[in-house]
Structures are given as C-alpha cells and as structure tokens.
Design a protein around this ligand. Structure first.
Ligand SMILES: Nc1nc2c(ncn2[C@@H]2O[C@H](COP(=O)(O)OP(=O)(O)OP(=O)(O)O)[C@@H](O)[C@H]2O)c(=O)[nH]1
Ligand SMILES: [Mg+2]
Length: 194
C-alpha cells in the first residue's frame, strides 16, 4: 500500500477523549520529548511547511493534534519532560498523553522520537518501557540526524536500541534521510493493525 501524501488535512485539536475525531481510520501517534521534532517530522513527511506547527519554543504543541493523510490518522501528541516547561503544565499533559495511549482503539503504532545527539533521557526510557509493557507496536526514530556525522549513526542507534529495547532508525526532517524507511514502518503498522 502506498500512502497518497498529497491528500492530507488537519482534522482537529483535542484535550479530552470525547473530542477525538469520531472516525475509523487507523492512527499512528508520535511521542517524544518536547522540542525533539515531532511536528517537523510530520511536515517533512508530507512535504509541507508549517502544516504541523513548529517552533523554537519548547512545549508549543499543548494539545493532541489529529491529521488525516490519505486513509490513516497521524496524531501529534504533546511533548513530555522538557525541563523549562513549568511542572504545573507538565502535570496537565501527562494524563492527556496517557488517555490517548490507553483508550484510543484506532491506535495501531507509535513512533517514539529521540534526539540522535543525546542518550535517551529518563523520560524516554520510561516511555519505552511502558510501550513494551502495553504491547503497542513501537519504533524509535532517532531524529536530527543532520546534526551528527554519518559515522555516528550506527553506534548511536545501537546505544538507543540497547537502552530502549525497541527497534530504531535514523531520520532528519532537514535532509529527509530515512523518509522511505519511515514510510515503510508506517505501512507495516497499518497492515499489522488491520
Ligand atoms: N537540524 C534539525 N532541526 C530539527 C529537526 N527536526 C526538528 N528540528 C528543529 O527542532 C525544533 C523543534 O521542532 P518541533 O518539530 O517543533 O518539535 P516538537 O517535538 O513538535 O516540539 P513540541 O511541539 O514542543 O513537543 C525546531 O526548531 C525545529 O526546526 C531536524 O531533523 N534537524
Ligand atoms: Mg510539536
């Protein structure tokens, strides 16, 4: 199955489960630390600028944003664990992310983004552990690959996979390295979740 990446639209932003789209599309959700590049990945994949809102300011995505791409849903979840975001705000996000991940029947796969330059954080490790426990299919995307040399890809992926115990791949929203592999993973999630 090849997704028609030109057929995409923003559906809605939601905070509460009752406001999620009432559709039957299988959904792929993006999770990761605030500022890691979740919204940028969506834009890079769809070849669109500012389709998913991107900002230098961490914590920009404070709602769950639902997009439709062809016959699937792409879900941009609020980022977790950014130190500069006040604790009170972080406490509001947590149940939002947990509700989506535990209650959404449409969910067929998770893309967990980490920054290729850094070791997975304690929050990243908590998330990966939780994904493994719940058994939701998940793949780690080590993004911002343009920020390290190619020689770093292999050792960093190996470190990531051994720490998080999930499969991982390299991506850059800037150079689009990894785009085809990522589309393959999305297709596999959809096929498996059918
Ligand atoms: N060099 C480089 N910069 C990137 C890449 N992906 C994202 N960025 C930059 O990182 C910053 C944050 O990107 P976002 O896509 O807004 O991150 P996010 O994960 O959606 O952040 P929140 O919405 O706060 O959770 C922006 O300044 C992006 O331009 C990448 O692959 N390479
Ligand atoms: Mg965002």
């Amino acid at each position: 199955m090849g997704l028609n990446l030109h057929d995409s639209e923003f559906l809605l932003s939601a905070v509460k489960t009752k406001h999620y789209p009432n559709h039957i599309l299988p959904e792929i959700a993006l999770v990761g630390r605030s500022n890691v590049g979740k919204s940028s990945l969506i834009n890079a994949l769809l070849n669109r600028r500012n389709f998913a809102r991107v900002s230098g300011q961490p914590g920009r995505t404070q709602t769950i944003n639902f997009y439709r791409v062809d016959s699937i849903g792409i879900v941009d979840l609020p980022g977790y664990g950014f130190a500069r975001v006040p604790e009170s705000v972080r406490q509001q996000w947590r149940p939002m992310i947990e509700d989506y991940l535990t209650k959404r029947n449409n969910l067929v796969g998770i893309l967990q983004l980490i920054d290729i330059r850094h070791k997975p954080t304690a929050d990243d490790q908590m998330m990966a552990k939780w994904l493994l426990e719940t058994g939701i299919p998940a793949f780690v995307i080590a993004t911002k690959a343009d920020k390290v040399s190619r020689g770093q890809y292999k050792p960093r992926l190996e470190q990531t996979m051994s720490t998080l115990k999930l499969p991982a791949m390299v991506f850059s929203a800037q150079t689009k390295i990894g785009k085809d592999q990522l589309l393959g993973i999305i297709n596999e999630f959809i096929e498996t979740g059918r």
